[in-house]
Design a protein around this ligand. Structure first.
Ligand code: PLP
Length: 455
């Protein structure tokens, strides 16, 4: 185990951060890394697996998200939810930047402790814990943990009586991407009974926790949850506890982050005195946009409509919903395919290094190809309709039911997908014998991140 030296706010340096410039620099670096890798592999003659799907991770993007967090939620200490993407370089960066960690299991706690993070920076944010993990947690001096039911209180009393307990309350998560309140969270009616039992068992109620659902879009859910939390704080105090921390959970999404932060700040200001420490458990906010996935087209099937005679094409990639596209099933995502490179010179699109928004999805009609190759699906100048599939034998393994492109995509070509950093590789399986371990190539589009990691 090593010591982590946290860098201070002062060391952040780059207060001249301009998002648009950063995006352009990042795009160029990611593009260069993608191209370099695919040029090093020739799917027509490489060894088995050399053409496997791979990630390019821009660690500078994680750094920018951290700066953005600190700017917009200065009162809230993020505890990165490592379930979202336990990438070791991301963890190292966030540990060094001073973030805490939300862990859900023994393995996650172990991974964070191994990089030298102090146990006081970890919250075991799983209201229903495995007994042996709880024994491990107690031994490792990880004290902060959540609970939401009476059985768990008896378990904690038996195995970790020193715990700093956060009572997780139910929220309205109806506007979130992945609902959690169907499984976790004590209803407000039950909180009094739980507090009283904790008192009877001589346990320590250190605060309140909530989670408004992963991928939350309704800021009102945060306001209601903070108001409810305040009520629980007051009742805990009335019973003689001294709660000191509010954990506002995860759910933050990049697209609405500033708006959510504004609303949350106002609610905290109104209901939580400055003596209360505020922490959060963001996951996808940190990593979603930092990871790009490149996949190889391993097969193509031509499908002809019997009535119209129109042709469409099924593309089979070497990654699918049992792999890194597990986010389609578990996280309700719709990854957007883009062409990284085709082997055909005339249509060779190649990743556009100059644009940060370029996408060929639904790109409509294109001029007729000059290529006279009769196997070219784009002959006639129409947009080509594809469906995109994973490599397993299961019919559910579909990445996109319909994708229109002006470009011809053939076996051996590469597609790429942006925003693949959250709930992707962490839930990949080896189903059908395909690998669940894909290479990650790291780039850093921020000098600050490079300095921290020695890139
Ligand atoms: N904390 C807990 C307890 C969770 O269950 C989750 C996600 O499921 C998170 C934090 C992270 O949520 P998000 O990635 O939406 O920020």
């Amino acid at each position: 185990e090593q010591e982590i030296n946290c860098i201070s706010d002062h060391d952040f340096g780059r207060n001249d951060y301009v998002p648009n410039n950063a995006a352009k620099i990042a795009k160029e670096m990611i593009g260069a890394a993608l191209q370099k890798h695919i040029k090093s592999v020739n799917p027509s003659e490489c060894e088995a697996g050399e053409e496997d799907a791979f990630f390019v991770a821009d660690i500078g993007e994680v750094y920018r998200q951290h700066m953005r967090w600190k700017k917009n939620l200065p009162r809230v200490t993020p505890h990165y939810a490592i379930k979202c993407n336990p990438d070791p370089v991301v963890l190292q960066l966030l540990a060094t930047l001073g973030a805490g960690f939300d862990c859900a299991s023994k393995a996650e706690i172990e991974q964070v402790l191994k990089i030298g993070v102090d146990p006081s920076r970890i919250i075991y944010a799983q209201p229903c814990k495995t007994k042996s993990y709880l024994r491990y947690t107690a031994k490792q001096n990880v004290r902060q943990m959540t609970f939401d039911n009476t059985d768990e209180l008896y378990k904690v009393k038996e195995l970790c009586p020193e715990a700093e307990l956060y009572l997780r309350i139910l929220t309205d998560d109806s506007a979130s991407l992945c609902r959690l309140s169907n499984k976790f969270g004590a209803s407000m009616e039950n909180t009094q009974e739980l507090l009283e039992l904790a008192k009877e068992l001589d346990l320590n109620i250190a605060g309140v926790a909530f989670h408004v659902g992963s991928g939350a879009t309704d800021t009102a859910a945060f306001v209601k949850a903070v108001t409810d939390a305040r009520d629980v704080f007051d009742r805990a105090k009335a019973l003689g506890f001294a709660p000191h921390t509010l954990d506002v959970g995860g759910g933050f999404v990049s697209e609405t982050f500033e708006e959510t932060a504004d609303v949350l700040n106002m609610a905290l200001e109104a209901h939580m005195p400055s003596s209360i420490r505020i922490i959060a458990e963001p996951g996808r906010y940190y990593t979603s946009s930092a990871f790009t996935l490149a996949c190889n087209v391993i097969a193509r099937r031509t499908v002809e409509d019997r009535e119209t005679g129109e042709k469409s094409y099924m593309l089979y990639l070497n990654d699918g919903v049992y792999g890194n596209f597990s986010s389609i099933i578990f996280d309700h995502q719709h990854p957007i395919p883009q062409i990284l490179s085709t082997s055909r010179k005339q249509n060779n699109y190649n990743y556009d290094l100059s644009s940060s928004t370029e996408s060929l999805t639904d790109s409509g009609y294109t001029s007729a190809s000059e290529d006279t190759n009769s196997t070219d699906p784009s002959i006639g100048g129409k947009a080509i309709t594809y469906s995109i599939w994973g490599p397993t034998c299961d019919g559910i393994d579909c990445i996109s039911e319909q994708w229109k492109s002006a470009q011809t995509v053939d076996v051996g070509d590469w597609l790429y997908f942006e925003d693949m950093g959250a709930y992707t590789k962490c839930s990949a399986t080896k189903f059908n014998g395909f690998t669940d371990k894909h290479e990650t190539i790291y780039v850093s589009s921020e000098a600050g991140a490079s300095a921290v990691l020695g890139f």
